[in-house]
Design a protein around this ligand. Structure first.
Ligand SMILES: Cc1cc2nc3c(=O)[nH]c(=O)nc-3n(C[C@H](O)[C@H](O)[C@H](O)COP(=O)(O)OP(=O)(O)OC[C@H]3O[C@@H](n4cnc5c(N)ncnc54)[C@H](O)[C@@H]3O)c2cc1C
Length: 387
């Protein structure tokens, strides 16, 4: 990991302590029962790790991408779901902090800085699927603000969050904004918002990523984030960079956890007939070495991209785009290979490695998807617009 400021280092250390002392004890049960990681999220809030991306002006840590990667990585080594819950709160925070009004600062950023408010992102919809930046949820002007109608899918943190950052499409608001995409913030328990079925994922089971149905929910004028039509700016300037780095850190942690499982098993499994360790077979040591190299190369790319992002390096874009794709490829590959190395004992139902492999698979379908990102890397190298 790169050199961190003393404050970021203490936050990463606090997150590691929480991962080891709290998350490791609850992760298996949370996964089995598809239960939101309450104890971990409470501990992160109590230690004000959840204030990572709140600006220093409101008492937050003003942390950047390196800190986000570091914390996501250590959480994901114990629970990818807990890392995802933390990540979606952080990305939502970054959106709220980008262009806040005074009222939004007081209502959202100050409590986030105190560890007293959890937010999240609700962008995806059944209609646009992986193309999450083309919302169909309507934003209709009313005398007192706006009326929202639509469906948001896979809203991580679901009813556990205190607020939701939503993307919307304007209707009947005048020629200059008609059809423009905007971001708004919606408070929990807003009339007109309901949660559909409980989340039961193949993997990533402990994040409560549920569907939100919004039927004519009234929100005030001050719920608008930035100006009308700002959604694409938020998506590409704020959401994508922070989300990609948070997910890169998460899947790096998943890959590291799989590697650790393989290392422990091959380093301790001894055969009765020969007295030899599994890892003494040359092909096993070779495979383990290959996996270590993949994880380490991925780690170097991710932390260097995060440092470039924090430094606002004009050449950071391809590295930031490549991170989540590479982390996903690495996590799936390493978890898959570790399952072979760890043998039948790992293949049992609900082994730790089984959970890691199921969690790793989410990386490719979470938008921007792996294929989409690799295409965007190519387009950025060719100086073509991403979309
Ligand atoms: C565990 C989990 C948590 C999530 N949390 C959130 C959240 O908190 N907030 C949020 O807004 N969203 C969230 N999402 C949603 C996610 O980001 C995607 O929007 C969602 O998975 C898209 O699913 P879909 O079935 O609509 O995919 P589809 O749009 O049907 O796509 C299916 C597959 O087709 C492929 N594909 C699509 N288009 C192309 C193309 N042009 N070229 C090549 N391949 C293509 C992709 O590989 C994709 O996986 C979450 C998803 C998961 C699984």
């Amino acid at each position: 990991m790169l050199t961190l400021s003393p404050n970021l280092r203490s936050l990463v250390n606090a997150a590691r302590d929480i991962a080891v002392t709290v998350t490791s004890r609850t992760a298996e049960e949370d996964d089995r029962h598809a239960r939101w990681p309450d104890a971990t999220m409470r501990a992160l809030a109590d230690a004000r790790v959840t204030a990572l991306l709140a600006p220093t002006a409101v008492g937050g840590h003003g942390g950047g991408m390196v800190g986000l990667v570091g914390i996501s990585e250590v959480l994901a080594q114990e629970s990818a779901s807990a890392a995802l819950c933390f990540a979606m709160h952080c990305v939502g925070t970054a959106v709220l902090a980008a262009k806040p009004t005074d009222a939004q600062r007081d209502r959202y950023l100050l409590p986030i800085a105190r560890g007293e408010h959890l937010t999240t992102l609700a962008l995806s919809e059944p209609g646009s699927g992986a193309f999450f930046f083309y919302p169909e949820t309507t934003l209709e002007p009313t005398p007192g603000g706006f009326r929202l109608t639509g469906t948001k899918s896979f809203v991580t943190n679901a009813a556990h969050a205190d607020s939701y950052v939503l993307s919307t499409a304007a209707v009947a608001a005048g020629a200059e904004v008609d059809g423009a995409f905007s971001c708004v913030v919606v408070d929990r328990d807003r009339p007109g918002v309901e949660w559909l079925d409980a989340w039961h994922g193949f993997g990533m089971r402990a994040n409560d990523s549920r569907t939100m149905r919004i039927t004519g929910a009234e929100i005030p004028c001050d719920a608008l984030l930035g100006a009308q039509g700002d959604q694409l700016w938020y998506v590409f300037e704020v959401i994508a960079p922070y989300f990609l780095m948070a997910m890169a850190g998460t899947y790096l942690g998943v890959a590291q956890a799989a590697l650790d499982e393989a290392r422990v098993h091959t380093g301790t499994r001894r055969y009765g007939h020969s007295g030899e360790l599994l890892g003494q077979a040359p092909v096993v040591a070779h495979r383990l070495g290959e996996l270590w190299g993949r994880v380490e190369a991925t780690r170097q790319l991710i932390y260097s991209a995060a440092a470039k992002g924090d430094a606002m390096d004009p050449d950071a874009l391809p590295s930031i785009l490549a991170c989540k794709a590479m982390a996903g490829d690495t996590a799936v590959h390493v978890a898959n290979e570790a399952m072979t190395l760890c043998g039948g004992s790992a293949y049992r139902e609900n082994s730790r490695l089984a959970r890691i492999l199921r969690d790793a698979r989410a990386s490719h379908v979470m938008a921007p998807t792996t294929d989409m990102l690799k295409t965007w890397v190519g387009r950025s190298l060719l100086k073509l617009p991403l979309l």
